[in-house]
Design a protein around this ligand. Structure first.
Ligand code: GDP
Ligand code: MG
Length: 175
């Protein structure tokens, strides 16, 4: 694994309101970890994980916001070169879903036209606090041509599937 040949590097960006679980989704995918006392992200950073798709090794370089989730605070450097995006809201926070159209607009304003986007409703383990019906999100995603999944970084539900969905779609576009 150490000297593994890399066939592709795909940059993926995580966006969405503060506290929806972006950093935990990333650490679940990149390191299979969830930290209970996660600090707010400081400084732009990315993590990587290499997966195999159709016998090719694909390195996902996943960027996490630097706590710059205020509207328009994420800079264009963050989006530059991104071929995939994960647009995250919290199923227990209606406001984080209501802000998704803004994030999408900002993403489409900065990123490549052909960027692959998945909408993620995170914290699906908190079903008893749900504020966003699955149907609402599904409908929105369909209308906007986005993939859609509900995830739990805490319980590790659908996180792997979410990344593999995006990576495989990008892979199919470039091949
Ligand atoms: P970010 O600001 O979007 O990066 O959000 P964080 O990843 O820092 O998470 C914000 C808070 O939500 C933290 O207290 C996390 O422990 C919590 N959290 C993240 N993902 C989940 C999840 O899937 N389920 C639950 N119950 N809590 C989560
Ligand atoms: Mg964060």
């Amino acid at each position: 694994m150490a000297n593994q040949k890399i066939d592709y590097v795909f940059k993926i960006v995580l966006i969405g309101d503060s506290a929806v679980g972006k950093s935990q989704i990333l650490s679940r995918f990149a390191r299979n970890e969830f930290s209970v006392d996660s600090k707010a992200t400081i400084g732009v950073e990315f993590q990587t994980r290499t997966v195999v798709i159709q016998h090719k090794s694909v390195k996902a370089q996943i960027w996490d916001t630097a706590g710059q989730e205020r509207y328009r605070a994420v800079t264009s450097a963050y989006y530059r070169g991104a071929v995939g995006a994960m647009l995250v809201y919290d199923i227990t926070k209606r406001q984080s879903f209501d802000h998704i159209p803004r994030w999408l607009e900002e993403l489409r304003g900065h990123a490549d036209k052909n960027i692959v986007i998945i909408l993620l409703g995170n914290k699906s383990d908190l079903e008893n606090q749900r504020a966003v019906p699955t149907e609402d999100a599904k409908e929105f995603a369909q209308k906007e041509g986005l993939f859609f999944l509900e995830t739990s970084a805490l319980e590790s539900t659908n996180v792997e599937t979410a990344f593999l969905t995006v990576l495989t779609e990008i892979f199919n576009i470039v091949n």
